[in-house]
Structures are given as structure tokens and as C-alpha cells.
Write a protein that binds this ligand. Structure first.
Ligand SMILES: [Zn+2]
Ligand SMILES: [Zn+2]
Length: 462
């Protein structure tokens, strides 16, 4: 009947020891409150019968060091306060039940003491008052602490949920789409054969607007906007990532020597379309001028592809792992797609640095959105409008880090993330340089451009 668990000396001293998982603060509250039993507290149910150790009535919790009912609690307190001295009219051995507990006060009190009830647990009126004040003060302090805790606004929570959702819809971590592309070829002697066997089918597949829905991007712009020139530049942008390389003599290599190019060019084309979808999901993006949307996408697409590829990047073997070994790309593979080390070395360094930040998914998607909504991109007309969207994203990111990213990872995390955006600009600039060079070389240009033009010409009336 009696719960003896945890009623140790530690508890008596009030040094914070707990009984049955009840904190000392709660114990304090019990000593004061007359209704200490908390029905939501399962600990009681599991570990102690909720039965009065004195009379067998339903107990309401621990009172003066024992599990008792309200009646026996009051009886014990009153008896102690008036220093009562009861005598048993019978033989001093009455059994106390719920119904007869009033009959013999002496035996009831003896029972109280037998089960461990102690007068030391009875507080004086002053002590009760002091405890009440202490509890109140503690509650107030907790409320202040809670109010001071950095929180995300409802709007910020919504924004994050929306971006995470958009990212999930545009970043397929199964990478199953890779098998739809022209296959990766790592041995250049096999390249010609591979090109012949796959280029027609795969290229047609990729250039079909239906397969990736790129037409829905152009369709989303207001009617009357002349997008043909701008949109036609997007494929070039895409293609140029992998579309050129400089050897020692400053003349681009011929694409025959770039066996990985078709596959990775397909991958980048695909990724650009996903970036476009993601951008469109950013609140406010679609309200921008169509020209500004295109300007932002044109300059950020490469940077976002680099950012999002970090998800598959593995620091252990410095490669992008997108499934089995066939779709695992290391620096050597990407070189075979026409990248120069001038771009690749800092890119790998960037990937490692970004990986080491251990960003939460929310931070990852916010960083991508902030990157896209950069008001200082060339060709942006309404910079104020872009800046306003970016400011909201930046504030959300900072709030998120304060509220959700625990130390030590949160230390200087925001400035470190912004530094990554600066790194991306350098990477993008390096790419741009190579692209310039490519367009000046008609041999390489004509050799490589048809692939890219093929990808997008169906979408654009030229
Ligand atoms: Zn009782
Ligand atoms: Zn008695």
C-alpha cells in the first residue's frame, strides 16, 4: 500500500533529489498545494498505487512524505498543528478504512506516522507564503526566458516549409533520372561508338519539352514578353559549364576528347530546369518583372547547381555520388567533360567547405533562395524589389540559425554562409571567362554548340 520508492534522505533534505521522476520543484508545490495530484503525470500511475496509505481511499499524491487521500492529509495537518493527543477507546489496534476513519483518531494518527508522514513536512503559514512566492517567481522567470528565446515567426516557418517542399520536388535524391541521359563514358576510345548509338534517342528525349517541362517556365511569363533571345542564352550558359576546356596552348580541346561531356551536359541541362522550378517557388519571385526573373536565373543557375550538388558530394573520396559507380563523378570525370582545373580545384574546395558547415536542410534551401534573389546581378532592373525579397530570406535564415542551430555549429554560421556566396561568384566568374573563350573559337563552338541548341531550340522560336 505504501510507496517507499525514492523517499530517501536526499529528498528530506530538499537537495533536489527526486522521487519517481518528480522534480524537487514539483515536490515543493505538492507540500503547498492541497491538490498535488496531477492526473497527467503518468509516473504516479506506473510506480505507485494511487491509494491512501492510511485509509485505503483514493490518494491524491504525496502529502507530508506519504501517499494519502485529501482527508487523511488534512487530518494529519490538523492533528500536528493542535499537538493533539488522542487515545484509542478500543485496544489501540483499530483497522482504518475509508468509512470508519473518523471513528478512532488515535489509531488513524498512528497509521499516518507508520507510513512515514512527518510533521517536519508541514509548513508554517509563512513558509507556505514564501514557497508560493518562490514558485510564482520561478514561473515568471521561466516565462521571461521563454519570451527571450529566439523564435521564428509564423511567416518565417511557412517560408521555410515552402522552400523545403520546393527543394524536395526539384531534387530527386534517387537520381534515377541519370539513366535517361546519354550514358557517362570514361574511356574516350569508346566515345564515338557511344555517341552514335545514343545521341539521337537521348538528345531527342532531352530536347523534348515534355520530358522536363521546360516550356512551363516560358509559359509562366506574362504574354507579350519577348523571351526568345534571353531563353536561348540559357542553354549556352548551361552548356558552357562542361562545354570547354583550355589546354596549355590556350586552344580549346576538341570534344572527342571529352567523353563525359554528353552525359554531364545532359545532367546540367536537367538541373537548370529544376533550378528554374525552385526559383519560381520562392515567394515574390514570380511577381518580379519577367526580364528580372530571367536575369536572376541566368546568372545564378550555375551557382545554384554547384550549391545543390553539395547534397551528393562526399568528402571521403571527393566525388559526387549519385547512385552506383556509374553515376559517381570525381574530378577526373568532370575533367573529361571539359572542365579545367582552374574551375575544378576551387569548386572542390568550395564543396568541402560547404559540406563542413553541416547545414540543416532549411539553411541549405534558404542559401539557394538568397543566392537566386541577389539584387546586384547584371541586368536586374528593379533592384529594390529583388532586395526586399532577399532581405526577408536573409532575416529568416538568421532567425533560423539563432532558434534552431545548436552550438558549436552555429558559431559565425551566417557570415560563413554568406562567404560561400562570395566564393560562388568567383567560381561563376571563372566559368564565364572560359565561356568567353569558347565563343571566340568557331571550331569548338560549332562542334559543341549543336548539342545545347538541340536541347532548347524546340522551346524557342528563333
Ligand atoms: Zn485516507
Ligand atoms: Zn483505535
Amino acid at each position: 500500500m505504501v510507496c517507499e520508492v525514492g523517499l530517501d534522505s536526499g529528498f528530506l533534505k530538499g537537495d533536489g533529489a527526486t522521487c519517481l521522476g518528480v522534480s524537487s520543484a514539483e515536490m515543493d508545490q505538492m507540500a503547498v498545494s492541497s491538490s498535488a495530484y496531477q492526473p497527467e503525470d503518468d509516473e504516479f500511475d506506473r510506480n505507485c498505487p494511487r491509494i491512501c496509505g492510511v485509509c485505503g481511499d483514493k490518494a491524491t499524491g504525496f502529502h507530508f512524505n506519504a501517499m494519502t487521500c485529501e482527508g487523511c492529509k488534512g487530518f494529519f495537518r490538523r492533528s500536528m498543528k493542535k499537538k493533539a493527543n488522542f487515545t484509542c477507546p478500543f485496544n489501540g489496534n483499530c483497522s482504518i478504512t475509508k468509512d470508519n476513519r473518523r471513528h478512532c483518531q488515535a489509531c488513524r494518527l498512528k497509521r499516518c506516522q507508520d507510513i512515514g508522514m512527518m510533521k517536519e513536512f508541514i509548513l508554517t503559514d509563512e513558509e507556505v507564503q514564501r514557497k508560493k512566492e518562490m514558485i510564482l517567481k520561478r514561473k515568471e522567470e521561466e516565462a521571461v526566458k521563454e519570451a527571450k528565446k529566439p523564435k521564428l515567426s509564423e511567416e518565417q516557418e511557412k517560408l521555410i516549409a515552402l522552400l523545403v517542399d520546393a527543394h524536395h520536388k526539384t531534387f530527386d535524391t534517387s537520381y534515377s533520372y541519370l539513366s535517361q541521359f546519354r550514358p557517362p563514358v570514361r574511356d574516350e576510345s569508346k566515345m564515338e561508338e557511344s555517341e552514335q548509338s545514343t545521341s539521337t534517342d537521348a538528345s531527342q528525349n532531352l530536347c523534348s519539352a515534355d520530358s522536363f517541362g521546360f516550356d512551363s517556365f516560358t509559359a509562366s511569363f506574362p504574354e507579350g514578353c519577348n523571351l526568345s533571345i534571353d531563353m536561348s542564352e540559357l542553354p549556352k550558359l548551361d552548356f558552357s559549364i562542361f562545354g570547354m576546356i583550355q589546354d596549355g596552348t590556350n586552344s580549346p580541346m576538341r570534344s572527342e576528347k571529352l567523353p563525359m561531356l554528353p552525359h554531364l551536359a545532359d545532367l546540367v541541362s536537367y538541373s537548370i530546369q529544376k533550378v528554374v522550378y525552385f526559383a519560381k517557388a520562392i515567394p515574390g519571385f514570380r511577381e518580379l518583372l519577367a526580364d528580372d526573373q530571367i536575369a536572376l536565373l541566368k546568372s545564378s543557375a550555375i551557382e545554384i547547381i554547384m550549391l545543390r550538388s553539395n547534397e551528393s558530394f562526399s568528402v571521403e573520396d571527393m566525388s559526387w555520388k549519385c547512385g552506383n559507380d556509374e553515376f559517381k563523378y570525381d574530378i577526373n570525370d568532370v575533367t573529361k567533360a571539359g572542365h579545367s582545373l582552374e574551375l575544378l580545384e576551387p569548386l572542390i574546395k568550395f564543396q568541402v567547405g560547404l559540406k563542413n558547415l553541416n547545414l540543416h536542410e532549411a539553411e541549405h534551401v534558404l542559401l539557394m533562395a538568397i543566392c537566386i534573389l541577389s539584387p546586384d546581378r547584371p541586368g536586374v532592373q528593379n533592384r529594390v524589389q529583388v532586395e526586399r525579397i532577399q532581405d526577408g530570406l536573409s532575416e529568416t535564415l538568421q532567425s533560423y540559425i539563432r532558434a534552431k542551430h545548436p552550438p558549436p555549429g552555429n558559431r559565425l554560421l551566417y557570415p560563413k554562409m554568406i562567404q560561400k556566396l562570395t566564393d560562388l561568384r568567383s567560381l561563376s566568374e571563372e566559368h564565364s571567362k572560359q565561356f568567353q573563350s569558347l565563343t571566340f573559337n568557331p571550331d569548338c563552338n560549332t562542334h559543341l554548340t549543336p548539342l545545347v541548341l538541340e536541347v532548347f531550340s524546340n522551346d524557342v522560336d528563333q
